[in-house]
Ligand binder design. Structure first.
Ligand code: ZN
Length: 417
């Protein structure tokens, strides 16, 4: 009897917790993340997951905890390419991703906070050792931020000096042991220096193959010829892709290789904060002159990519210091400057972005069983893409981090690099 009473008490306690963690959202317009639109819907969330998506007219649905009618509701966005620990130092200058002071740690936490507030509930950071404690602190709920996947240390191609294929395999294994969720490989120089190949086909084959053997994806920074080489090596995703030919894009579509190009934000951000970058490692006046020429090449790449049948183009910003929390600008660039359909832009950061990360059954779609990563915009991004700047509601894993009155959000409130 006593055991039964304890069991009942525990059951009641459990039920109490479950009830407290249940929430119902009412929405008039829901983009489901896969290209579909639902109208007059209730989304029930329990224990961090979506448990039901029902027509609002259903009389059994209880009153809403969050009334998001009049807004556009969609899955939290996914940024496939960010550098979440990249920051400006105390002197205001570019300090890269290796800072170890308390100021650096707080700045990295701030980067995570503003990224989440901007509607990004998952990001892939590629990559830095400093990502690991930030990823883990957020995952444990100690500080707010997007779910982070990290490459830890990237494999930087330096020609023969990179090492033998066996040494490269060892490097990939070392990242896995350190806790990498993905492997990042640099197969080209920076486009500012011409974008030439820095790894041979044999080296690329070894690195991508080792990642696959470990059950990890390989994402490859590649321009020009390196795009084809990385595709042939069986990598998962090409980052940037500038100056890829139409044939390269066709080959990627045939092989199912994802493309993560950048249409604007990363270069616009560099130009905006030029004085904070020039003179720091890797950033010269010549490099900045080159960037202005690269921007139209990137627009051209995205236009051609969107016309390539079957090519899967995901959303990645390459957010560096100054760009965190402004990730959604890349949507505007893609639609305005690169001819991307607004719905395709949304899906690239929802279901397609999730699929590319191997998380298609977890995030990126509003459906029962998915993580409750739900955001709302004050406006309709399909009619006016600048609505992506007006994120008024952010729920990640069932926890609400932002819920402000519509019209009350100045663009990127609080984002001051
Ligand atoms: Zn990058």
């Amino acid at each position: 009897m006593r055991n039964l009473l304890i069991a009942t008490a525990l059951w009641l306690l459990g039920a109490g917790i479950a009830t407290a963690q249940r929430a119902v959202i009412t929405a008039s317009v829901v983009l489901d993340g896969q290209g579909g639109t639902l109208r007059d819907t209730q989304i029930a969330v329990e224990n961090g997951k979506i448990v039901a998506v029902t027509a609002q007219a259903n009389s059994s649905a209880k009153a809403a905890d969050y009334d998001l009618r009049g807004l556009t509701v969609l899955p939290g966005w996914i940024d496939a390419h960010a550098h979440i620990t990249w920051l400006f130092g105390k002197d205001g200058k570019n300090a890269g991703m290796t800072g170890t002071t308390q100021e650096d740690a707080y700045q990295a936490a701030s980067n995570a906070w503003v990224t989440l507030m901007a509607g990004f509930t998952t990001i892939q950071s590629v990559g830095a050792v400093n990502d690991l404690p930030l990823r883990d602190a957020i995952a444990k709920g100690k500080i707010p931020g997007p779910r982070i996947l990290t490459a830890v240390e990237p494999l930087v191609g330096k020609g023969e000096a990179t090492g033998t294929p066996e040494e490269m395999r060892a490097f990939v294994r070392k990242q896995k042991e350190a806790g990498a969720d993905v492997i990042k490989i640099f197969a080209s120089q920076s486009i500012r220096q011409g974008g030439g190949m820095t790894l041979s086909q044999e080296q690329l084959n070894a690195a991508c193959d080792e990642a696959k053997k470990l059950g990890l994806r390989a994402v490859v920074h590649a321009y020009k010829d390196a795009v084809r080489a990385a595709t042939l090596a069986g990598c998962t995703q090409i980052e940037h892709g500038t100056l890829a030919t139409d044939d390269d894009l066709k080959l990627m579509a045939e092989r199912g290789t994802y493309l993560d190009p950048q249409c604007g934000l990363v270069i616009e951000n560099y130009l905006q904060y030029k004085e904070r970058y020039v003179g720091t490692p890797g950033y010269t006046e010549e490099g900045f002159a080159a960037m202005e020429k690269i921007l139209p090449m990137n627009h051209d790449l995205v236009r051609r990519a969107m016309k390539t049948a079957g090519l899967k183009v995901v959303f990645g910003t390459d957010a560096v210091a100054g760009a965190h929390g402004r990730n959604a600008e890349e949507f505007i660039d893609r639609v305005r400057d690169c001819g991307v359909e607004p719905m395709a832009a949304m899906v690239s950061a929802n279901a397609l972005g999730a699929e590319a990360m191997g998380l298609g059954k977890e995030i990126g779609t509003i459906a029962p069983g998915m993580q409750a990563d739900i955001i709302a915009l004050d406006g309709d991004p399909l009619q006016d893409i600048t609505a992506v700047r007006r994120v008024v509601f952010v729920m990640k894993g069932g926890v609400v981090y932002k819920n402000v009155a519509r019209g009350a959000v100045p663009e990127y409130a609080g984002v001051k690099p």
